[in-house]
Design a protein around this ligand. Structure first.
Ligand code: ARG
Length: 590
């Protein structure tokens, strides 16, 4: 079995291969049929591998075949028994230990990764906030889920491009420019562009509302007096004119807007770096060349897909799928739309990256939108249409900070850090031992936010709850960090070298609880595969909690201090492997 460790990189796959070989000899069924039918399940009472005999399509009654084959299966590495129409395979604890622990120690951060995606390219678009508007909970989820999916794809051998598609185009930038003339402050703009632009945007919107009320009142007055009333040029008119200049390529206008964009991106980069995220490209709605969108519209027309409705152009998708309805691709004044920009962007993205998969991590509110978008790609005949995937997710309820209703990514992390700091201070004795409390509070706080977001299935809604997520008890981010620290401290307390621990005599591990932990560790590469299959962060998070619970129980059973040296080394080997798997999983989570 060990000889195959390098080929498979995955202990469970090694057993699959072994079982497929042996069962093939007994039953004559093709290995290729047996191998994928061997299922894992991390729940406690399940067998290590389970095989539904009907899946092998062999002649005979499944239950009879199961007991016949179980009888004939060789003893040693695997215990095979029949259970109705299932074959249950349980790995021998000591042999599994001898295989898995050296594998983890030798592979280190590579353990769990595989090459299945080698040569394939994934473009993953996530976070995608709108400049001058709040970064809301939906963007937070996209950031957390997207950055994990990017790491996960890399762990499965894919080449990944991380893209942030900013909401950086549209009439609101005209309004913002008009607003900046009135309320802008250069100093604040360079200090905190994101917050300042948002403040300006709020002010100018309030101005515009007040202006409209005034106009309405004056108009009513004039009408009552029978006088003519000429509506003045409003802020919104000026905004529209400004945006029109932008769309026509007016250099002055683009310069103003371009500065807002540049400064915002610089600030965003800092913030994302704090979350260990580095983008390959800051794309945005502004970045789609007009030619490309016009070409796309021409193509739609040539294909006979465009209809006109009061000057606007639309595609009637309901002809192809009732629930998709109609999608507008050009406004009556000729302006482009969110949808048109997405069509242009996708074409550009494919030409640039030649992706095998293009993922959009966007909230479920845009389900219909993405269904329409992808249908349009398909109707336009792009062969890459089926490579586009919308990864959606549920709502976050009740997220706000004490700093106000508008939430920025920076605020969320700052509050998480401050609150975490408070929690840490409660234990004065421990607190006094921390050399860099601010840094620790920052790391644990960020972990808290990420883990809270990734504990449930992504399609579910969840309630944002500061006190619960910052707690060291229960399945929280701080608990995971604590569990990892404790494993580090077990290692620190002894004076062995890594080499001594790596070469420990593993036959000294005999306890059933030790075997259970080894089993769990052996499943980690499979857990990543299944997380990948469903693009589900919670699969990994659930696994890590299971791992940490099991480890915490083991401290009382597998004492290290005061034991004979060889036993100490064997147990440290096991704890070290557990720490490594926990570390790998947490790194993947960001
Ligand atoms: N900026 C958009 C929003 O805040 C999300 C962009 C999603 N991506 C896309 N390609 N449409 O709603």
């Amino acid at each position: 079995l060990s000889a195959q460790a390098d080929v498979f990189k995955n202990p469970v796959d090694i057993y699959r291969s072994y079982i497929a070989n042996e069962l093939h000899k007994i039953s004559g069924v093709d290995r290729e049929l047996i191998y994928p039918a061997l299922e894992t399940n991390i729940s406690k009472d399940a067998a290590d591998l389970n095989l539904p005999v009907p899946r092998l399509r062999a002649k005979g009654k499944p239950a009879e075949l199961a007991s016949k084959w179980a009888e004939a299966f060789p003893k040693g590495y695997v215990n095979c028994e029949a259970n109705g129409i299932f074959l249950r395979f349980n790995f021998d604890g000591s042999k599994l230990t001898e295989l898995v622990l050296p594998m983890i120690w030798s592979k280190q951060s590579e353990y769990g990764r595989n090459n299945s995606g080698n040569g394939k390219v994934a473009v993953i678009e996530f976070s995608s906030p709108n400049i001058a508007k709040p970064f809301h909970a939906g963007h937070l989820r996209s950031t957390i889920i997207g950055s994990f999916l990017a790491n996960l794809h890399e762990s499965q051998g894919w080449k990944v491009y991380r893209i942030n598609y900013l909401g950086d185009w549209g009439k609101q930038f005209g309004l913002l420019a008009v607003g900046f003339e009135l309320h802008g402050d250069e100093e604040q703009l360079s200090k905190d562009p994101i917050r300042h632009l948002y403040q300006v945007y709020v002010k100018i919107n309030a101005d515009a509302t007040a202006e409209q009320e005034k106009i309405d009142a004056e108009k009513a007055e004039a009408e009552a007096a029978g006088k003519p009333y000429e509506t003045p040029v409003t802020l919104h008119d000026k905004a529209r004119q400004f945006f029109k200049r932008m769309e026509e390529g007016d250099e002055e206008a683009l310069k103003v807007w371009g500065r807002f964009r540049e400064l915002s991106i610089t600030k965003l980069q800092e913030t994302y770096e704090r979350l260990n995220i580095k983008y390959d490209q800051y794309d945005g709605e502004s970045q789609v060349p007009l030619d490309l969108m016009n070409e796309a519209l021409e193509k739609l027309k040539t294909l006979g897909l465009i209809e006109e409705d009061k000057g606007a152009l639309l595609v009637d998708l309901s002809k192809h799928d009732k629930k998709l309805g109609k999608a507008i691709v050009q406004k009556s004044d000729g302006a482009t739309l969110y949808l048109t920009r997405d069509i242009g962007t996708a074409i550009r993205r494919y030409n640039k990256y030649h992706f095998d998969k293009s993922i959009y991590v966007v909230a479920s509110q845009q389900d219909l939108y993405f269904a329409q978008l992808f249908k349009i790609f398909e109707l336009m005949g792009f062969e890459w249409a089926k490579k586009c995937v919308h990864i959606n997710y549920g709502l976050v309820q009740g997220m706000s900070t004490r700093k106000g209703k508008a939430v920025f990514l920076d605020d969320i992390m700052e509050v998480a850090k401050e609150e975490m700091h408070k929690v840490m201070k409660k234990n004065e004795e421990k607190y006094a031992q921390i050399k860099n409390p601010e840094e620790v509070a920052d790391i644990v706080g960020k972990t808290a936010v990420r883990i809270q977001d990734s504990t449930g299935k992504r399609v579910n809604n969840y309630v944002f709850d500061w006190s619960r997520m910052l707690s060291f008890e229960g399945d929280t981010g701080p608990y995971l960090q604590y569990a990892h620290s404790r494993l580090c401290s077990v290692r620190r307390k002894v004076n062995f070298t890594d080499e001594q621990i790596a070469n420990a005599d593993l036959s000294l591990l005999k306890e059933q609880d030790a075997f259970d932990l080894v089993r769990l560790l052996s499943q980690y590469p499979d857990v990543l595969k299944s997380s990948f299959r469903f693009q589900e962060t919670s699969t990994v998070v659930t696994y890590l909690f299971k791992l940490t619970h099991m480890v915490s129980k083991l401290y009382d059973i597998l004492w290290v201090q005061g034991r004979e040296e060889p036993l100490q080394l064997a147990r440290l080997n096991l704890f070290g492997a557990a720490r490594l798997v926990l570390y790998n999983g947490m790194t993947l989570l960001g």
